[in-house]
Design a binder for this molecule. Sequence first.
Ligand code: HEM
Ligand SMILES: *[C@@H]1O[C@H](CO)[C@@H](O)[C@H](O)[C@H]1NC(C)=O
Ligand SMILES: *[C@@H]1O[C@H](CO)[C@@H](O)[C@H](O)[C@H]1NC(C)=O
Length: 429
Amino acid sequence: MRSFSSSAVNVALLAANVAAFPHLAMDGLTAPLAADVAYKQLLQRQSTTNPQGGAPLPLTPPPFDAASQLINVAGAHAFTAPGSGDARGECPGLNALANHNYLPHNGIATIDQFVSATTEVFGMGADLALFLATYGAVVDGSGTSWSISGGPHVGIGGSHGNYETDSSPLKGDLYQYGSNSKLILEQFHELYDMQPDAATANYNLDVLRTFRNQRFQESIDKNPLFVYGPFAGMLVSQAAFTFIYRFMANHSAEYPEGVLNKDVLKSFMSISGPETNLVWTPGHEQIPNNWYRRNTADAYTIPYFNTDLLYFTASNPQLALVGCNEGKVDTYQHIDAATLSNGAYTAAQAAANPICFATEFALAELPGLTGLSLLSGLLGSLTSALGSVTKNLGCKAIGSVNTTALALCPGFTLYGGPTAAVAPGVIQS
Ligand code: HEM
Ligand SMILES: *[C@@H]1O[C@H](CO)[C@@H](O)[C@H](O)[C@H]1NC(C)=O
Ligand SMILES: *[C@@H]1O[C@H](CO)[C@@H](O)[C@H](O)[C@H]1NC(C)=O
């Protein structure tokens, strides 16, 4: 309690955290979050009602403004299927933006274009958009632009293990299916069938948390080369789940916090056909007609994502620990955060603030990962984007990383293409 005692905001944060994550109440590492202005604004809107099941935010309904939240899908922004020369990859949000010409239709865009499109069409916080887009450009692209498909150093499709990762919601694990961008219909059904009644279906954070935990265990049980790394696993992998509800839900005066029903989920995931015969069409992700994004006053920022991430890890501490299978299914081992960070973080500290650990780890690992000097212009833009994240969250720095322990994980490679050999011993189902 000691580190939270001063202001009303801190008391509110403590109350919210104690309710959602009792085990975190005593952990000083969560205290710096209270310093973040955006987080304070979120906390000020909290009350005791909770329209989204157990999900932590928003506890009071955000504003709804039909005119600014309705997304134009006509004229220049009408759905246009990708042609043979257009890049489409594993991210349904970016594919949909390109299909509606909110990103260049060929799927290759600059950092600025990614930031404008994701903030304007989906209500992503500018902090999160800049962080994700800059990381993509520097680690997987040319430094200033990148492809939403692509190979190593071209786009996210070629970034297995450093951005694209195992245990995704709907896309298969690379070494399990030989592709990191193939949608596995069994995985879609797993999620889809969790809400049997179409009239009331809502794929909210409660549902996605359950699905996330199932998918995690499935990778352990079926993918001998499963790797859950510090950045791509602890951070990106959770985003792939929270983004489904936080960005795809339809907003309305009645449900300003958003409802994600079956039809809207299918449209954004490029799934069509009747329930008994669902079909996936690669790259045809579509923004539905009459779809309303989240309000800009309720933008999905990094602190907001952090609360969702802790909501996930509260249900399964494994999600906040690095680990991998050792070449056979069900050989999952944890890798100590203290070893990886040369003692900068204990495992408990990393688990209490996974965004800090993941981002600081990425920052320290970047020169090795990219082959660029920290002082180079390209890496400079990324380190400043990541640095502003860790500064706002009050993160403890990691001076240097020790990735030797990751040798335990045969699936750990810094770069991999969008296709690969299926590993011996996998289970495909
Ligand atoms: C600049 C912004 C963005 C970047 C850089 C980005 C990048 C990525 C990457 C690297 C992955 C692969 C993760 C994995 O392997 O599990 C991914 C997956 C995903 N992204 Fe995005 N994304 C962005 C915006 C969005 C938005 C706005 C949405 C929602 C509308 C979204 C929804 C998803 C979902 C649902 C997945 C998981 C796909 C699946 O396996 O089912 N992303 N994204
Ligand atoms: C979004 O919600 C509004 C209000 O309920 C509704 O009119 C509209 O059809 C919904 N959009 C979609 C795509 O379901
Ligand atoms: C790096 O980690 C390994 C264990 O994975 C350990 O044996 C080694 O001593 C560490 N290196 C340094 C420089 O601490």
